[in-house]
Design a protein around this ligand. Structure first.
Ligand SMILES: Cc1cc2nc3c(=O)[nH]c(=O)nc-3n(C[C@H](O)[C@H](O)[C@H](O)COP(=O)(O)OP(=O)(O)OC[C@H]3O[C@@H](n4cnc5c(N)ncnc54)[C@H](O)[C@@H]3O)c2cc1C
Length: 218
């Protein structure tokens, strides 16, 4: 990850290295536009155009990574608007409820949209098992999951775990020799831990929690 809230680049390998030591790479170039910029907000998976965002990264050539070259050599580029929805006050209405993005569309930061949708499904399953497939179960599911996921929506709006980049940017304009001189490992660990707690991914809490769905006899 490099950059800050207004201009950020995230990249990681998504395959094992081949015989030449090369991997398939996924990258995300995150650019903030003016709020009034013409923007097709609701449309996902459009073909992206490098000229829309490459200029911002043109001089991001490090001795360990050449970002403009990574962008120019991409086999495919897709564009996603970074949008979310305000937290809702209610998900369950009579025999209908919401789950996943329909219930809590969030900024895709912190690998949480799909993860939270999966937890929604498990909690809904828990209440179907314990209360039956009825409106009471939908209400109990709503009451348990909505506050938790609403907190993640708001945390992601504040940049979620990526806020470390912005703090470093504010402290030194992004220029440093050792990042630990700017943000101590303790501060860094605390920011990561706070977000994990909000998202329910604190390792100790998770490891000590019982299975959401409970035990199955067969
Ligand atoms: C750039 C980006 C990166 C992301 N990275 C991550 C990540 O690393 N980790 C993570 O956990 N999440 C990530 N997410 C979020 C994740 O993709 C979503 O949270 C997740 O896909 C939501 O799943 P869903 O099933 O609720 O909704 P969707 O995936 O939107 O599924 C809804 C489905 O319903 C269909 N549909 C809509 N209307 C109708 C209709 N009337 N009839 C029938 N079908 C209909 C749609 O076509 C779609 O297939 C990312 C999102 C983006 C945009």
């Amino acid at each position: 990850m490099a950059g800050h809230r207004d201009l950020k680049f995230v990249t990681y390998p998504i395959s094992q290295p081949d015989e030449n030591g090369e991997c398939l790479i996924n990258w995300i170039a995150d650019v903030k536009f003016d709020h009034h910029a013409e923007w097709n907000r609701e449309d996902y998976n459009r073909k992206g155009k490098p000229e829309d965002f490459l200029p911002g990264f043109e001089d991001w050539k490090f001795d360990w990574l050449d970002i403009p070259s990574l962008i120019r050599n991409a086999s495919a580029i897709f564009e996603f608007p970074m949008i979310d929805r305000d937290p809702l006050e209610r998900w369950s209405f009579s025999k209908v409820t919401l789950l996943g993005d329909a219930a809590h569309a969030m900024y895709p930061i912190g690998s949480n949209g799909a993860s939270q949708a999966i937890i929604d499904a498990r909690v809904l399953g828990k209440y179907f098992r314990t209360l039956g497939c009825n409106e009471t179960a939908l209400k109990a599911y709503d009451e348990e999951r909505r506050p938790v996921t609403n907190a993640v929506v708001l945390a992601n709006r504040g940049d979620g775990p990526d806020q470390v980049l912005q703090v470093i940017e504010q402290r030194c304009g992004g220029r440093f020799d050792k990042v630990e001189d700017i943000l101590s490992p303790v501060e860094m660990a605390k920011m990561a831990a706070d977000y994990k707690k909000t998202a329910g991914f604190d390792v100790d809490i998770l490891n000590n929690a019982p299975s959401i769905l409970g035990k199955f006899d067969d």
